[in-house]
Design a protein around this ligand. Structure first.
Ligand code: AHR
Length: 305
């Protein structure tokens, strides 16, 4: 192949790339961070599927900090993106920046986590699983597995985040129906394996090696995986001495389920770009009022499935 042919080929490739980028929809995505196994899988899916929908995705990782998210959203507004997607770290503190996006005529879509704002018209819709249902599914499984008698330790997610608030509420709504079920210790492990390990180590100390404890409910699998490590180091048998139920259904908890070290996990789907992009792109083509919440289904898994 001659140099001329190679050059002509590259010019053609660059021109088609430029043409396709000119047609692409530019979306800014402010992501929470990469605190466990679920979130990086979700980020990767959003980045990979963006190409299928001709979306030029500007991805910003907030490393778990709301200030970073506010900065990223303001940068997206300054760049004049076509739409903004936010997975908010915590529920509060969003009114001003969402108003700024609205004033700039940039529609905002929430994914995964929720916000608490005075004016819900500040965002178009939220596309996510039902965290309250996840908590109820975990509670119902535990009520059945323990026959309604169970002292529980709870590992909470990030304080002030929608999944920590709603999973707790949903779980408590179920166990409150059973007089002999109660949460005897609860602490935040910030959705991380390290956090979960530290929290379980503290529970092991404060309860004399989990004496009388029947279950560990963790708001995500990574904290439960940390709890499993802590229990094993203390000579306990997670999954046998203590029932282990959590949320996400990531590959590492599937392994733990198969080994009998975990007992149940509620699946939070991570491959959801195919749900999210069509909603955003249809709205951009034809802006109209949408339901404020488009729910992605959740289901519970045990070692058997
Ligand atoms: O917002 C969803 C939760 O955030 C996931 O369950 C957890 O793993 C992540 O940190």
């Amino acid at each position: 192949m001659s140099l001329k042919t190679i050059l002509a080929g590259s010019v053609f490739a660059m021109a088609s790339f430029a043409a396709s980028m000119a047609g692409a929809t530019t979306i800014g995505f402010s992501q929470v961070g990469s605190e466990g196994d679920w979130r990086p899988a979700f980020s990767k899916n959003m980045q990979d599927t963006a190409k299928d929908y001709d979306v030029d995705l500007k991805f910003a990782d907030a490393q778990g900090k709301q200030e970073e998210q506010l900065r990223a959203v303001r940068a997206f507004i300054a760049q004049g993106v076509d739409a903004i997607i936010i997975a908010p770290v915590v529920v509060t503190g969003w009114d001003d920046v969402l108003q700024e996006a609205k004033d700039a005529d940039i529609p905002v879509f929430l994914v995964d986590r929720d916000v608490e704002v005075k004016d819900k018209s500040l965002y178009v819709t939220r596309i996510s699983a039902d965290f309250n249902l996840e908590g109820r599914l975990a509670g119902a499984w535990l009520a059945a597995a323990s026959k309604g008698t169970c002292k529980i330790v709870e590992l909470q997610g990030t304080t002030g985040s929608a999944p920590a608030i709603e999973r707790k509420k949903g779980f408590e709504a179920i166990i409150s129906q059973f007089p002999a079920m109660e949460i005897v210790a609860t602490q935040s492990g910030d959705f991380t394996t390290e956090g979960g390990k530290k929290v379980m180590e503290a529970f092991i100390k404060s309860t004399n090696n989990l004496d009388g404890i029947c279950a560990s409910f963790a708001h995500n699998d990574n904290m439960q995986l940390g709890a499993i490590q802590a229990m094993k180091e203390a000579g306990l048998k997670p999954g046998q001495d203590v029932l282990m139920v959590s949320v996400d259904y990531v590959p590492a908890i599937k392994d733990a389920l198969a080994k009998g070290e975990a007992n149940a996990s509620v699946e939070l789907r991570s491959a959801v770009g195919g749900f999210i992009y069509p909603v955003v792109l249809d709205y951009l083509k034809n802006p109209h009022e949408l339901d404020k919440w488009i729910v992605i289904p959740s289901d519970l898994h045990t070692a058997k499935d």
